[in-house]
Design a protein around this ligand. Structure first.
Ligand code: SF4
Length: 388
């Protein structure tokens, strides 16, 4: 039997008025801020998003700035949030808004839905909060809260269940405060009717109307079909490094040694598309295999240089459908003079480009320059080895 959600509106709004967390995009509910925050909040908690949000809107204060931003800078601003397609879609949408909507987010739910990266949840959030259009904004949090209140064992991973809830909520959306109602449901899901662990029903403003609570079945809802297990991919990460002497004019110190590292651009399509990475090989290699790999590189080259292979330990990174299980090595290059290091670098570049057909670009950078390149968090285990 369908639950009548109109009963919860008054209690939720009253609770929200006194308990809403103070967030920048709530204090300044501009369309641009709501949009950016909602995209960042997908799969990331509010507390984690705050810092990224401030940095993003300081660098790119409006849609025009977002549309015109260089890709490298854009990806760098998103570094740490993952799901880089989101920020690429943000920029695609910003360009369309500049060309087709006079630089303003469209004030219609249907038009918002046409923009890249904007689905029913984000369109609902923008339309209801900015333009006061009475449409719902349903994500996993709202589904969990609503299904608990209704005491329903519907499988929330089904698109039809989400659609039905959107229809049910659309019927009862309060015309005067649609945005606040959407936010109150989300807020309840974030701080009271929490996803992991026991919900805080004793603090809940709608506990007297909640079927799951009345029946003591809060922890059995929501029902979700278990996700397919992730595919495991084994990788060997290579940290190529060489030192270069930098002359100083300083009286106390005549020179210092600077370390340089090799980064490689990933393919334009697929996982972490177009981002920089540390060069990698498929499978987990032994130190001996790595030495053989380097020897293969040096074949027929008469360069006078040494290599030192040092294991850097194992790392793991979890994407939504894939897990990377990694083993890292530092490959330190040493040469007798500066001219041979140029040849060595060149040889490694050529070798990597030939070996890995997908990658089109490699670069040697100083650790400090990493600030200018987005190195995905998948490489965090090895980031600390890039020293100045
Ligand atoms: S009473 Fe408990 S289960 Fe029901 S909505 Fe509130 S927190 Fe969730």
């Amino acid at each position: 039997m369908q639950y009548d959600y109109s009963n919860i509106i008054e209690y939720l709004l009253h609770w929200f008025d006194y308990n809403a967390r103070i967030l920048r995009w709530r204090l300044e509910p501009k369309a641009y801020y709501i949009w950016i925050s909602e995209i960042m909040l997908q799969q990331t908690r509010v507390e984690a998003v705050k810092g990224y949000f401030d940095r993003f809107v300081e660098e790119l204060p409006d849609i025009k700035a977002l549309a015109e931003c260089e890709e490298e800078k854009l990806l760098k601003l998103w570094e740490g949030l993952g799901y880089y397609n989101r920020v690429r879609n943000l920029q695609k949408a910003a360009k369309i808004i500049m060309s087709d909507y006079q630089g303003r987010l469209p004030n219609s739910y249907e038009e918002l839905l046409k923009l890249p990266g904007i689905g029913s949840y984000t369109a609902g959030a923008i339309a209801s909060n900015v333009y006061k259009i009475p449409v719902p904004s349903v994500d996993g949090n709202v589904l969990r809260v609503a299904k608990r209140i209704a005491g329903s064992f519907d499988d929330i991973t089904k698109a039809s269940v989400k659609k039905q809830l959107e229809n049910d909520l659309r019927e009862i959306m309060p015309k005067d405060r649609p945005g606040d109602f959407n936010q109150s449901l989300m807020e309840l899901g974030a701080v009271i009717c929490i996803p992991n662990g026991k919900p805080l029903c004793e603090q809940c403003p709608v506990s007297h109307l909640c079927k799951a609570h009345q029946q003591g079945i809060e922890m059995k809802i929501p029902v979700k079909t278990p996700k397919k297990s992730r595919k495991i991919e084994h990788k060997t990460i290579l940290l190529f490094e060489y030192e270069e002497r930098e002359e100083l004019t300083n009286k106390k110190q005549t020179h210092r040694m600077l370390s340089y590292y090799l980064i490689q651009k990933r393919n334009k399509k697929g996982l972490l598309a177009g981002l920089w990475q540390l060069p990698s090989l498929e499978g987990k290699k032994t130190a001996l295999e790595i030495e053989e790999y380097i020897s293969k590189m040096m074949q027929e080259q008469q360069l006078d240089f040494g290599i030192l292979v040092e294991p850097l330990g194992e790392g793991k990174h979890i994407f939504s459908h894939i897990e990377w299980h990694m083993k890292g090595y530092r490959i330190k290059l040493t040469s007798k003079d500066d001219s041979s290091i140029v040849e060595i670098k060149d040889m490694i570049n050529q070798f990597l480009l030939a070996e890995n057909q997908e990658s089109k670009e490699v670069k040697w950078i100083h650790a400090k320059e990493l600030e200018d390149y987005a190195l995905p968090s998948a490489f965090d285990t090895y980031r600390g080895y890039l020293m100045e």
